[in-house]
Design a protein around this ligand. Sequence first.
Ligand code: ADP
Ligand code: MG
Length: 361
Amino acid sequence: MARIELKALAHSYKPNPTEPSDYALRPMDMVWQSGRAYALLGPSGCGKTTLLNIISGLVTPSHGQVLFDGTDVTRASPEQRNIAQVFQFPVVYDTMTVAENLAFPLRNRKLPKPEIATRVAEVAEMLELTPVLKRRARGLDADEKQKISLGRGLVRKDVAAILFDEPLTVIDPHLKWQLRRKLKEVHEQVRTSLIYVTHDQVEALTFADEVIVMYDGQVVQIGTPQALFERPAHTFVGYFIGSPGINLLPCVVDQGDAVVDGGRIPLSAAMLQGVAGFLQGGAGTLEIGIRPEFLEIADSGVPAAVTAVDDLGTHAIVTLRLGSATVKAKLGEDRRLSGDTAFLRFPPERTLLYADSRLVG
Ligand code: ADP
Ligand code: MG
């Protein structure tokens, strides 16, 4: 397994890129530690597959370098890099049996026959493919074919890294949970470097040691699931992770408070310090951010009008109008609302301040 490093990496599919929007990937520097499981999370079109294909060698980047354990592999083929990659849709040889499909990456590497047989049996057992090992792939359903693809990605133990590109997209929802847990178990056993691309936050948060959030060709945050939830570094992360996403309120800072349309929110000394540089700079937008989970409904505070209450069984989502903005609060079972007006409390340790979409305090 390898430590993967990206140096000033950028990519445009256009021959003569000029605008930032001509780039599928904006310049980035990154280190992926050996043996860790990373999730690469972001909406469709943000550049996840492009980045994965650059790491595997299917795409040559227009700018910058890719290093494996310190060696420049920017122009090396996927075989030379010793990468296993599993794609969104099954890649199987229809005329081969399941066993032959699973053995293929090992035969290619000329492993001794008994070793191939053992490894194929292990992987088949893991993915519950043992009963169909002797069948041809042609007759199998989409779930089973994708399991074969997963198996081909997992069968070799000596790879530099395993790359998964939304591998559970075609899998039936009830099987998804099971397979995801399986992949996590396998990773815990072999501890190879692993990158798992997904647009599904639940999948990313349950699977990875660390999550890399991408947005519009850029990496906007790298962190543990907890860090992404508690301190989103970019408003996009706050909105993309969590359900419902973070509340954002445009504000100005005045005498230690954030003044929003409809009220004043006291800021901590640390937040004021964080925003000081930005305020000196002048232009730009400031926003207060708070997760619905942390916004408190109290006996006093900023008054807001309750516009809707959605009871979801274990908790309720309350929608409120604060000045011209709409905010959401998550209420535990024990909380009750009385009347149409609620008072909002923004706990200072849970309140975040964003300047031009970046966390400043
Ligand atoms: P994701 O995997 O996050 O959905 P992609 O990496 O596939 O994103 O795409 C990022 C951007 O690059 C998109 O705007 C997409 O249209 C563009 N793109 C992807 N592949 C190609 C290609 N082969 N040629 C031209 N543009 C491409
Ligand atoms: Mg993709």
